[in-house]
Design a protein around this ligand. Structure first.
Ligand SMILES: Cc1ncc(COP(=O)(O)O)c(C=O)c1O
Length: 448
């Protein structure tokens, strides 16, 4: 065995899926609805750092990070210890019945690390969708206005209100209507797909003009409580909202007293190279939603907002049985400490630069790579049938995801057309692992 193979993380002992995974897949097919989709055909035995081992002893490098929930990696030691320590003390009391300290400690921490020096308060719930639903409830209550503006290419979850805010029709919305009312949708500024021949500057001016016009053609500004948006679309395909547009949108919202709800469920906790994507823009939202990497995979989500907005809701108006579970809160406190002490934000910037440079080189050789873009370690590759037509190629993206899994790399697609490959690797990944994963991806993309 040569030295390079000793350093490798990917280790395939069987064809994928292996026999043990195949047996479990048959059980899964018998007992779990097909609507609960899968990206890769494997069952996990262990997962540590950036490596997942399946029940057949195959080791995969993870560029999917449990759908973006593992910025601090799989099973980080200090998080696992915090979970065990808290589990020994109490699993659940329900914060409404008997309060516990991890809830308050985590609220204090999020109030301190989210953008803005103003007074803030934090509510905990169970999922990103639930955080978005609660942010909308709070904004409507405070503003006493019914309407909400969301964006094309936005993704905010699968519960009724969150699904109504989500843009992509299939598979998220198709057949599940009627949807929640009073949701109005603006186009997301998508620089790569701007009209041919139009400069970026003119395009962004046109986007802002359309946003202003929206209050005449779609909904009265006095009826709008909030605009909900992602600064880098997650499921929408890693489209980065341009600075000029964010500045203009914030100005328009300030003028019309419309609250800004920034959805940091996928972008948060170091993924983009800063703790929150807002910080890249100097943007201070009124309300912010967080989930995914907050608690290293344990179910936990948060809404942090200006005190006066959060406090406007009557007693009993917010909450739930499991929201702010003590074990999840303990995991979150340890996760945030790890992100800070391991300098994972700086690491996300290094990872992003390495991935972007490697993919930019690959783009020169592959005419089916239309665009490479991203912020920090959130990098997307837009696959097209031709650079000239920019026609999306979702079939190629699906083949890439499948072939990567067969070669030991877990990776995801995204986008309205499903033609974007996205990277959400744990930020504790080593450069050797990163290069191995990128080599595997490059091999698949070049047909090698
Ligand atoms: C930006 C964003 N908001 C909300 C959600 C929904 O989160 P959850 O799946 O935890 O409900 C997601 C999930 O992908 C997301 O990326």
């Amino acid at each position: 065995m040569d030295e390079s193979s000793l350093m490798r993380s990917i280790l395939l002992r069987t064809k994928i899926p292996g026999p043990n995974s195949q047996r479990l897949i048959r059980e899964r097919e018998r007992h779990v609805p097909r609507a609960v989709f899968q990206v890769a055909p494997l069952f996990v035995a262990h997962a540590h750092g950036a490596v997942v081992e399946d029940v057949d002893g195959n080791c995969f490098l993870d560029f999917a990070g449990g759908l973006g929930a593992l910025n601090a990696g799989h099973t980080p030691l200090t998080v696992v210890e915090a979970v065990k320590h808290q589990a020994d003390k109490s699993l659940h009391t329900c914060f409404h019945v008997a309060m516990h300290k991890p809830y308050v400690d985590l609220a204090r921490k999020l109030n301190a690390i989210t953008p803005g020096s103003h007074a803030k308060k934090t509510l905990f719930v169970n999922s990103g969708a639930e955080a978005v639903e609660n942010a909308v409830k709070i904004a409507r209550y405070h503003a006493k206005r019914p309407a909400i503006i969301a964006f094309e290419h936005g993704y905010h979850g699968r519960t009724l209100l969150a699904m109504s805010l989500t843009s992509k029709v299939k598979p998220y919305k198709f057949g599940f209507g009627p949807f929640a009312p009073e949701i109005h949708r603006l186009p997301y500024p998508y620089v790569y797909r701007r009209p041919k021949g139009m400069s970026e500057k003119s395009y962004l001016e046109a986007c802002l003009d359309h946003t202003r016009e929206f209050f005449k053609t779609h909904v009265a500004s006095e009826s709008v409580a909030a605009v909900v948006f992602e600064l880098v679309t997650g499921e929408g395909g890693f489209i980065v909202m341009p600075r000029e547009y964010v500045r203009g949108l914030a100005e328009i919202c300030r003028e019309h007293k419309i609250l800004l709800i920034v959805d940091e469920v996928q972008t948060g906790f170091g993924r983009t190279g800063l703790m929150f994507a807002c910080e890249h823009y100097g943007l201070v939202p009124d309300l912010m939603t967080m989930a995914k990497s907050l608690a290293s995979g344990l179910p936990l989500a948060a809404v942090t907002g200006r005190s006066e907005i959060m406090e406007s809701v009557h007693v009993g108006g917010l909450g739930g049985t499991f929201g702010g579970n003590p074990v999840s809160c303990a995991a979150a406190l340890a996760t945030i400490q790890l992100i800070e002490s391991m300098h994972l934000r700086a690491r996300a910037r290094e990872i992003g630069a390495r991935v972007q440079s490697r993919l930019a080189n690959l783009r020169k050789r592959c005419r089916w790579i239309g665009d490479v873009r991203g912020l920090g370690a959130m990098v997307g590759i837009e696959l097209v049938k031709s650079r000239l037509s920019r026609e999306p190629d979702p079939e190629l993206a699906a083949r890439v995801v499948k072939a990567c899994a067969e070669r030991g790399l877990l990776i995801l697609s995204a986008g309205a057309h499903g033609n974007i490959i996205r990277t959400l690797m744990p930020l504790c990944i080593s450069n050797t692992q990163l290069d191995e994963g990128l080599e595997t991806l490059a091999g698949v993309l070049t047909g090698g």
